[in-house]
Design a protein around this ligand. Sequence first.
Ligand SMILES: C[S@@+](CC[C@H](N)C(=O)[O-])C[C@H]1O[C@@H](n2cnc3c(N)ncnc32)[C@H](O)[C@@H]1O
Length: 288
Amino acid sequence: MDTGLLRAIYREITTRQPFTRTPEPELVMESQPCVASYASSAGQGQALSGTYLYHAAQMCALIKPGDVVLDIGCGPASLLLQVARLNPRAEFVGVDLSKNMLDIARDSIRQQGIDNVELIEDDMSRLGRIGDRSVDVVISSMALHHLASLEQLESTFRNIARVLRNDRAIYLNDFGRLKSTESVDYFVQRASDGADQETLLDYRNSLLAAFSLEEFQTLAASYLGPCARVYSTALSPLMMVVRTPKRRCVKTMKPEFKRRYAALPSSRKADVQQLRLFLRLGGLASAF
Ligand SMILES: C[S@@+](CC[C@H](N)C(=O)[O-])C[C@H]1O[C@@H](n2cnc3c(N)ncnc32)[C@H](O)[C@@H]1O
């Protein structure tokens, strides 16, 4: 473990006055430079590819043939399409408020010839276009910190519960709020290998906008039922996951996840290894 990481962990344990959350400067990611930069970091082999692979495998363990799966804040849908292709007998709905993100997602659907994904422009805190009890699985990745306030996060969790059928399955991952801005800067610098300045600035804004572990725990306990557990990376909650128990064995998919892992550049393999290690220490086993 490097000394910078040890220092960050020590700071996180000893800081008494955590910094105040700063909402994302662009809540809905609509401006062209922001959308283009994000979509490129979400591309194959790019900055987010290791993170996507880790979460895609986790999401697959919740999805059964015939399910309707809702991805809230789907963005360019890179992760959504990965999961949809791995589960051709499930139906997927991606929701985002950004027209430009949805346009990119639509192009990718066309280019990849995918026929089990529908995209809807909707607010994830309301889900006004999604019917009550019409969905089997709700997934989300790195989107909830884009909400303006804790009230909107509460409304999002309430609506997730409303749209889910009885056998509710949930996998939501997002950044967690650190205590010190020095730790934020440390983790941003740590991610700089292979990432451009725009991506690093976006990452910093995300960490400053993250909700806290306690906020996630309180709202999950209030709205998502006793089966939804909140996990976080050990020692500092850099990444948080709300997850219900697995609904299926992904043993047959493991060779495919391993093949995709082997094809990642080394810096992205390191992202997977760190997520595996720190989430496992936080109680969540890796799906592959
Ligand atoms: C950081 S991106 C994450 C995209 C994708 N889930 C991923 O993992 O790459 C966050 C997305 O949430 C969307 N978003 C922000 N506020 C939203 C809202 N209230 N309702 C729906 N989408 C929203 C943004 O437009 C953006 O596309």
